[in-house]
Design a binder for this molecule. Structure first.
Ligand code: SF4
Ligand code: SF4
Length: 317
């Protein structure tokens, strides 16, 4: 469930009403106000075009509409007696301007002429609407604006702001190229005067092997919290769209822009340090061996030896 829920307002507020939003007849109203500006036509177009790959998008006046459609079936077999299906949808209305309002209504299921066999309709509609909002915030131009806002308002570093944005938007779907300008910056050398030898343009996987001096050459970037509660350190990671992932792991370091995701390291590791995790959008591979149990490493070097592009470097302690 999206953590943005805590900011939800259930009743219409005066500033909202002034902007002409009149929700009616909905079972439930979700309203999120994002304290960021969206007025530039190029930015609005980029959201419309980019999110088209995942949702049905439309635009009217200062509003963008993102719709998610799904099908419910009463039994899995279309050839069986009594089989029925219904098309359902939920739409998020995004009101642009000095601030952004994202609004959705969950209508009674009868709106879709659906019989009462549909299970958990309201819960699913709520989930899908939050998925649209999380995707909008994480994977469009709005992610840069949110990071900037968090850095200013909460006095955070860029890495902390990126981590917070990831935590706020757990339902985000990856939509490639939903930003107007590819804001990919080359990782900067952390040490003045050192030559940055790793180039990552997000379009091609960087050929191996991993640069074993990456800790000196690349900036430390946002850490990643794993489901096991461990924190995986990262270097040279840019944004959260996975185009430039940099190197992950302090002792079991894997250059995720080189990794081709064949899983050889996962199979080789005797103590299950790695587990496949989806990172769509990376040119090298969309699955990466996330170091969920990095502190358990016994430094046997098995993973380093089997990695085809030599993306791994183990630093025995
Ligand atoms: S060095 Fe050995 S224990 Fe450590 S991650 Fe690689 S395979 Fe696993
Ligand atoms: S063995 Fe190397 S290329 Fe294969 S998944 Fe592991 S890190 Fe990636």
């Amino acid at each position: 469930m999206s953590l943005l829920l805590k900011d939800r307002v259930y009743t219409m507020q005066a500033p909202t009403a002034k902007r002409g939003i009149y929700p009616m007849h909905g079972y439930k109203l979700g309203l999120y106000r994002m304290p960021i500006k969206l007025e530039d036509p190029a930015e609005i177009k980029s959201i419309l075009e980019g999110m088209k790959k995942t949702f049905v998008m439309d635009k009217y006046a200062d509003r963008i509409y993102a719709t998610y459609n799904w099908i419910e079936e009463n039994i899995p077999d279309p050839d069986a007696d009594g089989y029925e299906y219904v098309n359902l949808s939920v739409t998020v209305e995004i009101v642009t301007g000095e601030v952004i309002d994202a609004i959705y209504q969950i209508y009674p299921v009868e709106k879709f002429s659906a019989p009462q066999w549909v299970q958990n309709y309201r819960k699913k509609a709520d989930h899908f609407a939050k998925m649209i909002i999380d995707t909008l915030l994480r994977n469009t131009i709005l992610s840069d604006k949110m990071v900037e806002y968090l850095m200013k308002s909460e006095n955070m570093s860029e890495a902390q702001a990126l981590t917070k944005l990831e935590e706020l938007t757990p339902l985000a779907q990856i939509v490639l190229d939903a930003k107007p300008i590819a804001k990919i910056e080359k990782p900067k050398p952390a040490v003045e005067g050192k030559k940055q030898v790793i180039t990552r343009d997000g379009e091609e996987a960087v050929p191996g092997p991993i640069d074993i001096e990456f800790k000196d050459k690349m900036d430390i970037s946002a850490p990643f919290k794993t489901k096991t509660g461990n924190e995986v350190k990262t270097w040279g990671r840019v944004g959260v769209d996975n185009k430039v992932m940099g190197v992950w792991g302090e002792f079991c370091a894997v250059d995720f822009d080189i990794c081709i995701g064949d899983g050889a390291c996962i199979d080789a590791c005797p103590v299950a340090v790695y587990e496949f995790f989806d990172f769509p959008g990376n040119a090298g591979s969309t699955k990466k061996p996330l170091q969920i149990n990095e502190p358990d490493c016994i430094f046997c070097l098995a993973c380093e030896g089997v990695c085809p592009p030599q993306a791994i470097k183990i630093y025995p302690q």
